[in-house]
Design a protein around this ligand. Structure first.
Ligand code: DP6
Length: 348
């Protein structure tokens, strides 16, 4: 027989950014982070995991093409072996090989947090396949985190924090960093008016991967050390409060400031890393001019390790924000922008 399970996981967009690893082996972060999980309509990964005694080795296909050797990668192994250890009947799966096929519903190269959705879907599909049982709440997120840090936050909906955790907290099996896991702060029904608008500025592959970039930042940026010690702890507390109170003014300001600081850390990295481009910076200016004109924060930008903008706004301002951006970017290149903005409205 072949056993199969198919799941889908959405991506998430951080408001307080994860940037820096404390323990590269276990993929734990230098600071807490928090994100909004988008809904399942648009930006998601759909993954099927299958097991059979007829399979000779683990294999992985991404968007229909086999990733040769990917099944031996540290990230993939951590996920497969991690979930196998939690299987309801571990002896059944121990020697079975796994085939995984995953599709993104958005361009992988665009750098729209595709690894977050991808590894979250991988862990969820494996967990479903093997009826895995957590020995404590959040354990599956500690496995997804080893696939890609940001993936742990996509296992829950709503507003989700990734707690940095501590090396001293271990499972019964002796795995350290057992509390470096995702925790849901508010579920997906808490703030139904919140929207994310994605502006695809470029769909070219980024030149510095997050993993490489954050490693250089940890080694060279003094601003990152200040951020870890002083800035993030305060911001985490403030933004959780803002989200729970549905206070868009504070939520937006904290989100924009944290994006700005993350990109400042990149500039403070030696040699410096630049993810935003001129179009990204123009969007920043438009957002501030619009909020100033409105006399309140109606839209907030945030940028990950690439030039694409994610705009958080409220349902009542979505049409206005879309029209504003279409006004400034009417050229063919920006026809994509308007179309993407149209197509990627998300109930967050
Ligand atoms: C800028 O989760 O992709 O999007 O753990 O090395 O796979 P790895 O990194 P990854 O980094 C994401 C960085 C970020 C900020 C964030 O999502 O918090």
């Amino acid at each position: 027989p072949i056993w199969m399970a198919t799941v889908s996981a959405p991506t998430n967009i951080a408001c307080i950014k994860y940037w820096g690893k404390k323990d590269a082996k276990w993929n734990t972060p230098t600071n807490d982070s928090v994100s909004v999980t988008l809904d399942q309509k648009d930006l998601r990964a759909v993954t099927t995991a299958a097991a059979s005694i007829k399979f000779e080795k683990d294999r992985l296909w991404l968007n229909g093409e086999e990733e040769v050797g990917a099944s031996d990668s540290k990230r993939f192994r951590a996920c497969v072996d991690g979930v196998k250890a939690l299987a309801a009947d571990p002896s059944k799966w121990k020697d079975l090989k796994i085939h995984v096929s995953s599709y993104n519903t958005f361009p992988t190269a665009a750098g729209l947090a595709s690894s977050a959705a991808g590894y979250a879907a991988l862990v969820a599909a494996l967990a479903e396949l093997m009826s895995a049982k957590e020995t404590y709440q959040g354990q599956l997120t500690t496995i997804a985190r080893q696939g890609s840090g940001s993936a742990c936050r996509s296992l829950y909906g709503g507003f989700v924090a990734w707690k940095a955790g501590s090396a001293e907290v271990s499972t019964e099996g002796g795995t350290p960093w057992a509390d470096s896991m995702a925790v849901q702060i508010a579920d997906e029904n808490h703030w139904p008016e919140l929207r994310a608008v994605i502006m695809v500025v470029s769909d070219e592959k980024k030149d510095t991967s997050s993993t490489a970039g954050m490693s250089t930042s940890v080694a060279t940026s003094t601003l990152l050390q200040h951020r870890i010690a002083k800035v993030v702890p305060e911001r985490m507390a403030s933004i959780e409060k803002a989200f729970l109170e549905k206070d868009f003014e504070s939520f937006g300001e904290l989100t924009m400031k944290d994006s700005n600081q993350f990109h400042s850390v990149c500039a403070d990295t030696y040699p410096p890393i630049f993810y935003m481009n001129d179009v990204s910076r123009t969007i920043v200016r438009i957002v501030h001019a619009y909020n100033k004109w409105a006399g309140e924060t109606r839209v907030a930008y945030t940028y990950d390790a690439g030039p694409n903008a994610v705009l958080y706004t409220l349902e009542k301002y979505v049409v206005e924000v879309g029209a504003l951006m279409a006004h400034y970017f009417p050229s063919p290149a920006t026809a994509t922008t308007a179309a993407a903005a149209d197509g990627y409205f998300n109930d967050s």
